[in-house]
Design a protein around this ligand. Structure first.
Ligand SMILES: [Zn+2]
Length: 114
């Protein structure tokens, strides 16, 4: 991976992180209402927001981890087998920690730790 490819990915990750922070303050409170339907709608919306917030926070963690790896020599190397993850895969998924082969093994439930 060249330095400019690395910079491109780094910029992309930083942008994604910045965008996430902007959408952070969606309300997750539930206001009192006498109307059951209103209340149910609020609960549904709240659960949805919580699930989305959880997902965003997991993603943010992945991005921060990827940015950290970029500062070391580990970025772009599979955490499982140490092979190159490959620039095409990293461009599609900059937070990828595993090469395609190891990822497939994990997805199929044959993780190296299992
Ligand atoms: Zn691997």
């Amino acid at each position: 991976m060249t330095e400019s490819q690395k910079t491109e990915i780094r910029v992309h990750l930083n942008n994604e992180l910045a965008m996430m922070h902007r959408s952070d303050d969606q309300g997750i409170g539930v206001e009192y209402t006498a109307d059951d339907i209103d209340y149910a709608t609020q609960i549904t919306q709240r659960n949805l927001n919580l699930a989305l917030a959880e997902r965003a926070s997991a993603k943010a963690t992945q991005i921060k981890k990827a940015l950290q790896r970029m500062n070391s020599t580990d970025y772009g190397l599979c955490e499982e087998c140490g092979e190159n993850i490959g620039i095409a895969r990293l461009k599609a998924n900059p937070t990828a920690e595993l090469c395609v082969r190891c990822q497939e093994a994990v997805d199929n439930g044959f993780g190296a730790c299992a």
